[in-house]
Design a protein around this ligand. Sequence first.
Ligand code: FBP
Length: 265
Amino acid sequence: MFSTKMYRLLTGGKALLLAYDQGLEHGPVEFNLHNINPNYILDIAEKGGYNGVILQQGLAEKYYQSYKKSVRLVLKLNGKTSIPKTDPYSPQLCSVKRAVNLGADAVGYTIYSGSPLESKMFSEFGKIVEEAHDFGIPVIAWMYPRGPFVKDENSTEILAYAARVGLELGADMIKIKYNRDLDGFKWAVKAAGKCKVLVAGGQKENPEELFKEAKQVMDAGAAGMAIGRNIWQHPDPLRVTKALRKIVIEGAGIAEAMKAYGKQP
Ligand code: FBP
């Protein structure tokens, strides 16, 4: 389903989304005195020209409303903390209707494929796809294989399987991690079929490493990135954004990105 709202999230078929659901998923341990404030992130999303910002409902209600005209919202419908060490399951916390009322242009949902509780998430997700498509908005699935039966969450085979599950379950876009196996990633993109593939950030050593990986995944068929910590934990988030946009949206190479970042490769 490629609705008008799906196109609104894309620039020339590509998307750079700013993820800020880590406050729930990881806790304030990820934050400093600047980025603990959601307005700081929304300013980055606005000034950096992101295709959208990813928020949970609480932040969407209390902070996003004054940015409604300038930043698009991807409302994350499920979530959990990192505290309980139970079988991976992330329950739905917000309805599609409420997401639409809060101004969402798309909704997001994490599926831990391979978890003993995957059937619960599959079933919640199926209903979400149905409702979201009735509202004409796209669904982004965070496809994160996880749990006691998943021996290696980063294996190429398991990542491609997760990508395919996203397509089978009706996602319009999936977000997967990149395990640095380029051919494997190309295979995962193929497995995702008509589902657009976004890549998660993860913690990188430095921006150069981020740009190199971004270039690899974009050349391998990704539609973009949905990234958080590499941007808003950086002392100059707009500088990293400018360089990353060159690669993700404009299709530039590393040298041009490094120039935009202000460093020779
Ligand atoms: P980062 O770019 O900061 O890695 O965020 C990507 C993301 O998918 C977030 O949307 C989410 O909060 C987090 O990673 C979950 O990561 P994990 O489940 O691996 O801890």
